[in-house]
Design a protein around this ligand. Structure first.
Ligand SMILES: *Cc1c(COP(=O)(O)O)cnc(C)c1O
Length: 384
């Protein structure tokens, strides 16, 4: 095969929503049509059904559907009354939404370093960050461990630190929904969890959506009020300051169909990861999954020596293999967030990772031929 033929191959999609839609085909159309028929576009019966099925899936007592993963995080900080003077501990190697919601309630994000192998919150750095917050006169209030790239954070290590300092644990499982830690699914850890159904997440809808998970009955009452403008028993009585935070019925109907194939999709993602791992471990640092964890592979992210990544991305682009860099700038270096404190030891791992990581195409519909194209292109580019 000459190079001309190679460039004729269609580009591989980084995330493939179309194949999934083809698989579910009429089921999604029919689910949407049912909503169009009953016209209960807000708070329709599909929302309640989805909440029950999500809770059962996660192994949590309650799931509360909402408008996005970001709003799920914000609703929890609002429900807990997090306020100015409070410190909320966030890893600096994450999507911005983890920390973005903290200034919304007037509190201060305090950035924590991550572990070199799993890229998740470093418990030792969390301890250091708590000391920094106290020294600055802040009240340590909440820790938000993130299940980065689909792998749960180390709950065995984070929970005792949080308990010792009276911190609420808000698990940001926007990327990790469906993953396990010690055999338990995410959504069942901490005081509450937030997830996202943004289309590119492992379980995505056809727009924006999210959910909160918790076992706390009283918290559920407050969250349901907050997502309806703080309504009381009567719809037009406002007992607290809330927001429009609901999940649309159409999105719930779509998610109900997608949830039926989600476990199968997670298994398919695992097969892709296994093949990538076996084929790339000698040319790059492949992802490390803690033996206590399983990942849902929201991203498949490799590490390369500093300065190599961008050349690889350009070479792969020429072969129709897309890549992405999550995250090029750690949160504590972002212009909007640089003013906030970080753990006392600096955040050297976040800074190193920001220069070394690159994510390869990963989804449940990436067939072996496409995987082989990715693998061959990566190996060729790194050899050249
Ligand atoms: C996507 C994401 C969010 C936000 O979810 P949205 O639904 O896009 O608002 C929060 N945290 C992390 C780690 C994410 O990846």
């Amino acid at each position: 095969m000459n190079s001309h033929v190679k460039t004729e191959l269609a580009p591989i999609p980084f995330i493939d929503v179309a194949s999934q839609r083809a698989r579910l085909g009429t089921r999604i159309d029919e689910a949407v049509a049912r909503v169009l028929d009953h016209c209960r576009f807000v708070n329709g019966p599909e929302v309640t059904e989805l909440e029950q099925k999500l809770a059962a899936f996660a192994g949590a007592k309650h799931a509360i559907a909402c408008s996005s993963g970001t709003d799920a995080l914000a609703l929890l900080l609002m429900a807990w009354g997090v306020k100015p003077g409070d410190a909320v501990f966030c890893p600096a190697f994450t999507f911005c939404a983890t920390a973005e919601v903290v200034p919304w309630v007037g509190a201060t994000p305090v950035f924590v370093d991550v572990l070199d192998d799993t890229f998740n919150m470093d418990p030792a750095s969390l301890e250091a960050a708590i000391k920094v917050a106290v020294a600055k006169g802040l009240n340590p209030k909440v820790v938000i461990p993130v299940d980065l790239f689909g792998q749960p954070a180390d709950m065995d290590a984070i929970e005792p630190i949080a308990r010792a300092h009276g911190l609420k644990i808000l698990c940001d499982t926007a990327q990790g929904f469906g993953a396990t830690w010690n055999g338990r699914r995410t959504g069942s850890f901490g005081d509450a969890s937030a997830t996202s159904f943004f289309p590119a997440k492992p379980l995505g809808c056809f727009g924006d959506g999210g959910a909160v998970f918790t076992d706390d009955d009283e918290l559920v009452t407050v969250l349901k009020s907050l997502r309806e403008h703080g309504q009381g028993v009567d719809k037009y009585e406002n007992v607290r300051i809330g927001m429009t935070g609901r999940l649309d019925t159409i999105q719930a109907a779509i998610l109900l169909e997608k949830l039926t194939i989600f476990e199968d999709e997670i298994a398919a993602r695992q097969r892709v990861a296994d093949r990538y791992n076996a084929a790339l471990a000698d040319v790059a640092v492949v992802p490390a999954v803690d033996p206590r964890a399983t990942s849902v592979w929201a991203q498949y992210t490799i590490r390369l020596p500093h300065g190599v990544r961008d050349g690889l991305a350009a070479a792969l682009q020429k072969e129709g293999v897309p890549t992405a860099v999550y995250y090029r700038i750690p949160m504590h270096r972002q212009p909007a967030y640089a003013q906030y404190p970080a753990a006392g030891n600096g955040l050297p791992v976040c800074e190193r990772l920001a220069g070394e990581v690159i994510s390869l195409p990963m989804h449940a519909y990436l067939d072996e031929a496409a995987q082989d194209r990715v693998i061959a292109a990566v190996r060729r580019a790194l050899a050249g």
